[in-house]
Design a protein around this ligand. Structure first.
Ligand code: DGL
Length: 272
């Protein structure tokens, strides 16, 4: 039965838990299978070819669970690998770019939209393309923020260092008089309080975690594929490297996750 099948979510590491958590909030009765490719994070500084290969191996692993939906929580993988992966699989495969672009357009009166993300995401131009596909008259201003991911991974989500880095990254985008800013990376929702403070009340922050979760709920409802009953199945978390590091950072996003993580080998050799 499709309705009983899990929702599979993957990311390069721990950050995609922001998406998994929102999916869990929106759809509390669904079983979530999460894979963090922690052995190979970060994806954001790697070439598109490498990200495509890694993402393909993540999807291959998740397909063993026969999911009804696979969500690529990683913006970098969504931006560079979604199209090629979509041809490879016969289950619905979603990225976070289109839901984020759609939500941004919904929030923007001026149609001047900022996007912050990893170098690979910004270089791909995926958000600008997704916005243009929905509204040719909107303008997108992008900025790579490579220091944000290591700061969040180190648990630094506030304080003077984070503020100074955020100020430097955001200033040129804010100078473009945007009214909407897409947080185009899994890790950035954790920095929301600092980013909101710097961006000011006139700029709406778009969190692709929330928008993707809302879209998942709507689509499953429309297809009649929601899991029945009141049970809240325990999520299963998989990582490709050290469990303790994943859970140490992950607890900030999913507080009661301890003890739910398993370590796996993925890639061609291990899947034979
Ligand atoms: N998950 C990545 C993203 O959303 C950030 C971390 C990385 O560079 O792998 O773009």
């Amino acid at each position: 039965m499709k309705a009983d099948a899990p929702i599979a979510i993957f990311d390069s590491g721990v950050g995609g838990l922001t998406v998994a958590r929102e999916v869990n909030r929106a759809l509390p009765h669904e079983e979530i299978i999460y894979l963090g490719d922690t052995a190979r994070v970060p994806y954001g500084s790697k070439s598109a070819a490498t990200v495509k290969r890694f993402a393909g191996e993540c999807v291959e692993f998740l397909l063993h669970f026969r999911p009804k939906l696979v969500i690529i929580a990683c913006n970098t993988a969504s931006a560079t690998a979604l199209d090629s992966l979509d041809e490879m699989v016969d289950v619905p495969l979603w990225g976070v770019i289109e839901p984020g672009a759609r939500a941004a357009l919904g929030a923007s009166d001026l149609r001047r939209i900022g996007v912050i993300g990893t170098r690979a995401t910004v270089k791909s131009g995926a958000y600008a393309r997704a916005v243009a596909a929905l509204d040719k008259g909107a303008t997108v201003f992008s900025r790579a923020c490579p220091l944000f991911v290591p700061l969040v991974e180190e648990g630094r989500t506030e304080g003077p260092v984070v503020k100074a880095v955020a100020q430097e990254y955001l200033s040129p985008v804010l100078e473009q008089e945007i009214d909407t800013l897409i947080l185009g990376c899994t890790h950035y929702p954790v920095l929301k309080p600092v980013l909101a403070d710097i961006a000011g009340a006139a700029v709406t922050l778009i969190d692709s975690a929330e928008t993707t979760a809302t879209a998942a709920r709507e689509v499953l409802a429309a297809r009649g594929e929601e899991r029945a009953g009141d049970a809240s199945p325990k999520p299963r978390f998989f990582v490709t490297d050290v469990i303790e590091d994943f859970e140490r950072v992950g607890r900030n996003i999913w507080p009661d996750m301890a003890g739910s993580t398993e370590r796996v080998e993925i890639g061609r050799a291990s899947l034979r």
